[in-house]
Design a protein around this ligand. Sequence first.
Ligand code: FES
Length: 242
Amino acid sequence: MSRKLICRTAEIPANGLKECEAGGGMKLLIANSGGEYFAVQAICPHQDVPLCEGLYDGSVLTCHQHLWQWDIRTGAPMGLAEAPLERYDVTVEGDAIYVGSQGALNVGELFTGIAETTLTALTALAKREEFAAGSVLYRPGDPADDFFVLDSGRVEFQIGRDERTSPAGFMLKKGEVFGWAALLENHPHRIATARALENSALLRINGRQALNLLESDPASGFAVMRRLAALIARFLAAPGAK
Ligand code: FES
């Protein structure tokens, strides 16, 4: 997410919060915690409930729907919560609050810790694309040439076709990889529907080109394949995959 002026400090009450427009239809929650500012996703990671309607005591945010809670400074889940909040970089200049950064593209958790040269080459392969809320990214039977990294927004998955579809049981958060069939041998087609739940930005990377890069750096390739195996195991454990 590129750096953006999101609001002024005077708009956020002391130890309070406010939902702010981050551009392209994306919303973020800006919170004041003891005079410091934090930005997190505006919608509960459990269900489609605005977190600005929850309870906030200046440090702990509670969703009013099923009482999931988070530490606003870290986004870490507390109590009943089963997922963290996505956090965004915040800088304050004068009375202006900015979110996002102008750093290099983050090509996702699958590739953290790999050799710098390989990561740079991989980043060069990534093409940034934006999808409006409701857009279908791919459907069953589409060629699985590319995989994706979610940069902002939310994506959900449906298994099956036509009326006989069912949720795959998970949504993604920033930095997560999907469409990873493009990194497997003999999986040329999609088996699920991927749809943007809100305006979303993705990095698209060609699977064959990425594999060529990883084959030329076996240590990085081994690290990526181990993480990919864990990711597939998580997919198989999701309710809709059974
Ligand atoms: S919708 Fe927020 S905790 Fe369930």
